[in-house]
Ligand binder design. Structure first.
Ligand code: GTP
Ligand code: MG
Length: 319
């Protein structure tokens, strides 16, 4: 590893080309470093109207910025060791997740109303602030709320319950209400400048799907909704990977009484991460404050279920 590592560009403005070219790139739809990294020189040169050699240089700079190159297996191991884990408050659920929710990954909690998705988001923006030996990352969090169900009172009690100063914990949560799906996507773009400035290691987005469902209802809008949602998930995936943060998303999945075979909650909407890498956790209600979590199609995680409870103190192990 280089001792004097220079700061890698995060935006196309930082790639070191003239503002004229930046404007041309933006007009042609190349708004992110990744969009340039995956372009071919021929395409970039033609569409943007720049010399082939400039296009080649630009692509090389974008790939360098994203660290796309041959790596040794040892480097991969070291990168893997940079991954941080945040405790959910329940050992059983942590074990199911392989030690907690991970940075560089999207974790999706999906399930019916009242299954604890919002409570888990609250708990995780608190727990990321804990020191590493207590299951946190000594870092701040972003809370993106699309449904207006964030409660600072809940943060206060959860903070107190883990022995942190409630006011300090609330100071370390950067909250924003997402007004519609476009705004929600714009907020995620903004994270590219916010995260490097603040010590943020966890982003909670509750819920990822609400606005998209409301704005593109029904089967007739399914294709466009999924297309936009995929773009959104791609944005989130990039944020997780590039900035080494844990991204937590929730997705309400309604039970379908007309489905008799298999799991009735999987049918409608499904889990949004279906085609995106990440961890999907299905939540179900059990008796009283008990909830059951199950990992869905994650070959690297152990199969099985975890039971946890929602208490006044937050997410805890059952008994
Ligand atoms: P939707 O957003 O409607 O899809 O539901 P959700 O999955 O987000 O459910 P949520 O996380 O809001 O979980 C609600 C559950 O948490 C309910 O069963 C509440 O009883 C429980 N809960 C919420 N606040 C508290 C609290 O302060 N104390 C206790 N003991 N339980 C709480
Ligand atoms: Mg909720």
């Amino acid at each position: 590893m280089a001792t004097m590592e220079k700061k890698k560009p995060r935006t196309i403005e930082e790639l070191g080309v003239s503002s004229t070219i930046i404007n041309k790139l933006r007009e042609a739809g190349y708004t992110t470093i990744e969009s340039i990294a995956v372009a071919t020189a021929q395409e970039l040169s033609t569409i943007v109207g720049i010399p082939l050699a400039t296009a080649q240089k630009l692509i090389a700079a974008a790939r360098e910025a994203l660290d796309i190159r041959f790596k040794t297996a040892l480097e991969l191991k070291k990168e893997r060791m940079n991954i941080g884990k945040v405790t959910t408050g329940s050992k059983a659920l942590d074990n199911l997740l392989g030690g907690g929710v991970e940075t560089k990954t999207i974790t999706e909690f999906f399930g019916e109303y009242g299954t604890g998705k919002t409570q888990l988001c609250h708990q995780l923006v608190v727990n990321v602030q804990l020191p590493v030996e207590k299951g946190g990352l000594s870092a701040r969090a972003v809370y993106i709320d699309s449904e207006g169900t964030f409660r600072w009172e809940r943060i206060e009690s959860m903070a107190r319950a883990v022995g942190l100063d409630p006011d300090q914990v609330m100071e370390n949560i950067l909250y924003i209400r997402a007004l519609n799906s476009d705004h929600q996507m714009a907020i995620v773009e903004e994270l590219r400048t916010l995260i490097p400035k603040e010590n943020i290691r966890l982003v909670a987005l509750d819920s990822v799907t609400g606005h998209f469902r409301a704005e593109y209802p029904g089967r007739e809008n399914l294709a466009i909704r999924q297309q936009k949602l995929n773009r959104h998930l791609h944005q989130l995936m990039q944020i997780a990977e590039i900035y080494n943060v844990a991204v937590i998303i929730t997705n309400q999945v309604m039970a379908r009484p007309d489905v008799f075979f298999g799991d009735p909650t999987v049918a409608v909407g499904g889990h949004v991460l279906y085609h995106t890498p990440g961890v999907r956790i299905q939540l179900r209600k059990s008796r009283g404050n008990k909830r059951i979590a199950r990992v869905v199609d994650a070959p690297h995680l152990p199969e099985g279920e975890a039971v946890f409870i929602i208490t006044d103190e937050g997410i805890r192990d059952a008994e």
